[in-house]
Design a protein around this ligand. Structure first.
Ligand code: AP5
Ligand code: MG
Length: 207
């Protein structure tokens, strides 16, 4: 869990290098649907590009198929994002005899959010997440040479709106998990490697 730009995608990529997890970024799943120009993609493109949340029922139905069929541990990146989604996740995990090991909140001060969002680029080919600035004005991916692009919802104005949506709809999810004994907070305002070190300790402890 974490606000826009907290580092959910960055940390998921680091986790995948070390652990045999399946990574589900609901944002990536939805963006792929839009890119495929399917009917569903057309319906949701306006919602995502304006920074609002896709309806709970749709997200829950999409996730259910993945949870049922996965035999590996799953990193959910960006889900659950509402209390209703958290309740539905509990219900489906019970039904499939699975459980949550840890809910990890990456905490980032509000003043860092817009800068991280507007300077983010993603590789069209491999999906790598990159931060560009005057020291790193990259246009192509260092790892695979693919072209870097900026997400349509990554303007300063939309980032502020996404942050408000996060406060209103997603922060209550923190309450939902905070007394379960499985809720952990890490400081997201450190280098990616330091954040990863903290997350790794949590994963090792709950394994
Ligand atoms: P989603 O794609 O999940 O966007 P988000 O939650 O706003 O989060 P971001 O992907 O922007 O940030 P991140 O935390 O992954 O940060 P990143 O690692 O990239 O969702 C998009 C939209 O899809 C939603 O608005 C909604 O419409 C829809 N949606 C998705 N899930 C949904 C759901 N469950 N229900 C309903 N609707 C849903 O890092 C950001 C930048 O910071 C990068 O440039 C990175 O290089 C840099 N960075 C990362 N870590 C560090 C660090 N430690 N130090 C310095 N820079 C860093
Ligand atoms: Mg992300």
């Amino acid at each position: 869990m974490g606000c826009p730009g907290a580092g959910k995608g960055t940390q998921s990529a680091l986790l995948l290098k070390k652990f045999p997890f399946k990574h589900i970024s609901t944002g990536d799943v939805l963006r792929k649907e839009i890119a495929s120009k399917s009917e569903l993609g057309l319906q949701i493109s306006q919602i995502i590009n304006s920074g609002n949340l896709v309806p709970d029922e749709l997200m829950i139905a999409m996730l259910e198929k993945i949870v049922e069929s996965s035999e590996q541990g799953i990193i959910f990146d960006g889900f659950p994002r509402t209390v209703k989604q958290a309740e539905a996740l509990d219900e489906m995990l019970n039904r499939f005899h699975k459980e949550i090991s840890a809910v990890i909140m990456i905490d980032l001060p509000e003043e860092e959010v817009v800068d991280r969002i507007v300077s983010r680029r993603q590789c069209k080919a491999c999906g790598a997440i990159v931060r560009v600035n005057s020291k790193n004005p990259a246009t192509h991916c260092e790892a695979c040479g693919g072209e870097l692009f900026s997400r349509q919802d990554d303007t300063a104005e939309k980032a502020k709106h996404r942050l408000n949506v996060y406060y209103q709809d997603t922060l209550p999810v923190k309450q939902f998990y905070s007394n379960t004994g499985k809720y952990f907070v890490v400081n997201g305002n450190q280098t990616p490697e330091q954040v990863f070190g903290d997350i790794q300790k949590i994963i090792e402890a709950v394994k």
